[in-house]
Design a protein around this ligand. Structure first.
Ligand SMILES: Nc1nc2c(c(=O)[nH]1)N[C@H]1C(S)=C(S)[C@@H](COP(=O)(O)O)O[C@H]1N2
Ligand SMILES: [Mo]
Length: 320
């Protein structure tokens, strides 16, 4: 195809998967030269039509982030078919099957609580808060499997700044979408919904904490948390809450789904820690999807330089 600037791309440029790869590389190359940032657009999910669910579509003008994990990126097909998203079923293959018709447009995220500026954000609003970046992060599930994913989003701190938390805000509480009409398997999952999570304010402000709207060059597939999720790469995967609808700034440590279900197994912090075993299995190693041999798990999932100082003086065996 002929080369166009990110801002010149039109709907007709939205191409099937294979043909897209070359343009994706081109766009990231452009961003690296500093030309494309700001030209991004959130393209509506029009092409599957109402009632048929939504399918991922390319995101343009995504800048390259300079601190990527250098591990081999996990094949997209693994990341989109091996999921935890209990609202759509508890088997790893369930979400890709059962989230196909999940309606994610229109979408609204409510930002509330201890803030000077409560917000009701549409996806278009969310896409405008900060320029999008592609960030390759390692992602480690508490179940000892891991993936390496090129996520698309921006530091959650940009949204925090927009909401202007008051000095009383010490934690951020997150809540996922939940509706049994769209998630009929939810009641059988054995855990309470809506799914809730939380971060301490400094964790939420850490530049690694990503408000995520896409992966592999496109908007998020439903099974990976469309249309907007959190990604917190130094914590076990269950902290990275999907399909966000509520962000509440609060005074006290908020309840979190897996801690509610089994507080002896899942703590609030959930920092990846090879030295603290899960009561039922070791956390020393992990299986990277697509690989055969297990690899050692790294402290803070390899992000210690960026995050360890936030936990200085804390007993990480107690605060697991
Ligand atoms: N709403 C919601 N968010 C969720 C979950 C879930 O069941 N429901 N599972 C969590 C867990 S345990 C993991 S490992 C990651 C998986 O994200 P992925 O499927 O995109 O790899 O999502 C997390 N976010
Ligand atoms: Mo997980």
């Amino acid at each position: 195809m002929s080369e166009k600037k990110g801002s010149e791309l039109t709907y007709s440029d939205i191409t099937p998967k294979g043909a897209f790869a070359s343009r994706r590389n081109f766009l990231f190359g452009m961003a690296a030269t500093g030309a494309a940032v700001g030209g991004w657009k959130y393209l509506p999910r029009w092409f599957s039509g109402p009632g048929k669910g939504s399918v991922p579509h390319p995101l343009s003008g995504v800048a390259k982030w300079p601190y990527d994990a250098t591990d081999k990126v996990t094949p997209e097909g693994d990341v989109t078919t091996y999921n935890n998203f209990y609202e759509f079923g508890t088997d790893k293959s369930d979400p890709s099957q059962n989230a196909k018709n999940f309606q994610t447009s229109p979408w609204e995220v409510s930002v509330e609580g201890e803030v000077k500026k409560p917000l009701k954000l549409s996806m278009d609003d969310i896409m405008k808060i900060a320029p999008l970046e592609e960030r390759i992060y390692r992602h480690r599930c508490v179940e000892a499997w891991s993936i390496v994913v090129p996520w698309i989003g921006y530091s959650f701190s940009h949204l925090i700044q927009k909401a202007e938390p008051t000095p009383k805000a010490k934690y951020v509480a997150f809540q996922s979408y939940y509706d049994t009409r769209q998630m009929p398997l939810g009641p059988q999952a054995g855990i309470a919904f809506p799914y809730v999570e939380g971060l301490r304010m400094d964790e939420a402000m850490n530049p690694l904490t990503l408000l995520c709207v896409g992966m592999y060059g496109e908007t998020l597939p439903n099974q990976d948390g469309a249309p907007v999720r959190m990604v917190i790469p130094w914590k076990y995967g269950f902290k990275s809450i999907k399909s966000l609808v509520k962000i509440r700034f609060v005074k006290d440590m908020p309840p979190t789904t897996w801690n509610i279900e089994a507080s002896n197994e899942y703590g609030f912090y959930a920092n990846v820690n090879p030295n603290v075993d899960h009561p039922r299995w070791s956390q020393a190693k992990e299986r990277r999807l697509g690989e055969f041999f297990r690899r050692p798990t790294l402290m803070f999932n390899g992000y210690a330089d960026q995050v360890a100082s936030m936990y200085a003086g804390m007993d990480l065996r107690k605060n697991f």
